[in-house]
Design a protein. Sequence first.
Length: 410
Amino acid sequence: MKSLFCTAVLLSVVSSSTFGKDLIDINTFPEWFQNDMQRELTISDSSTITIDALEVNGKVPGKATLAESGDGYWYYLIDIGTGSPLECYSFTSFDGPANSLYAVVEVGLSGVEELNKKTLSGQYNMAIDTGVINNTPFLSLDTLYILDGENKERVTGLIKGLSAETEQSLQVCMHNELGYRDSFYRVFESFVKLFQKSPSGSTFFEPVFRLSFNGIPIGFGYESHSVDQDGDIKTHTKTALLTPVDASNVSRTDGVDISWSTAEGALINASTHTIENSTLNSQFDLSQSEGKWQVAGEMQGKPVSAVLSHEGALLSDYGSYLVSLDLLDSEQGQVSQSMWVAEADPVTVTEVSFSKVTDNEEANLKMDMGPFALQFLSDNKGILRKGSMAQGPVTLDIELISVVGEPVLP
């Protein structure tokens, strides 16, 4: 939960987009374009994809051909009966769902230039979305492009892209064709399901949240909480964001946080890294030795090493769920906790306040961190159902879109 708040804080600081809900209104395009965008088809045949290294063996709609493979990647062409085949990748080494999806789309645009022997004169953010396949979150990015040329010589097209990270790898598919959005998604869904594995028996809580920025669903937050044989809690959090900066540009952010805590929510150690626009922005490790909290890592290429002045316990990300639940069940109106929030300041401890909200039907709790405040609705199991933070003209919304289990250990 705390990591979602940190994502919202980061977005409000670095972003200034004023996009509305519709990135591009299809009704403003010529009739032929609108008609082509409505095209769909029934895919009658299927084929088998087998990747022994990832224990993958199953069918997808269409005729799949392994076009290329190498160290840690597999590249398939999948013919579904449209003018262009789907292109699907599986990577075991990658930056993240957001950065890798954007990179694949950029490769696709370069291929379009080469194929048509024309120069790209414009590209525009057509649509951005996020959702889940079973409990696996995915990102969607549709990019409209225009190649140089007058009248009939001008080429207008659309590259649709989808990405999802499963346990061992990242799946990215794209399709260079107007329309066929549902058809494309059905193939991608089947492709991703080949790589999904059942969660281990030690995993007891897995929520997925949709993150929206000024009404645009730009990414997701995923958490996995599991318990080890000693009763300690491992929390693995992943965030992926595609934030429109203007009509043509998208900011990409992938973040990973892994922490260990006691079953009571006290932090044991933590590590975090963030990749922004294909560059490692920050990487930190927090550990405790002889009662001292120590931070080591780097930010924007510069080394960071410090001993925190705080010597007491720190609340973990998992612990923030327990604090929220305890607060709702108590007579107290507010409680403060010390937390390590690398996004705010990696070399200090941040005081985070949790308080009850009584005058808002959409929220029953508020989390304050300095000048930022997130109001959210927590259910009787301690699960965040939705939340919102306003900072000037920017509105950031969090919505639970899938969940397995609950935060309190069974």
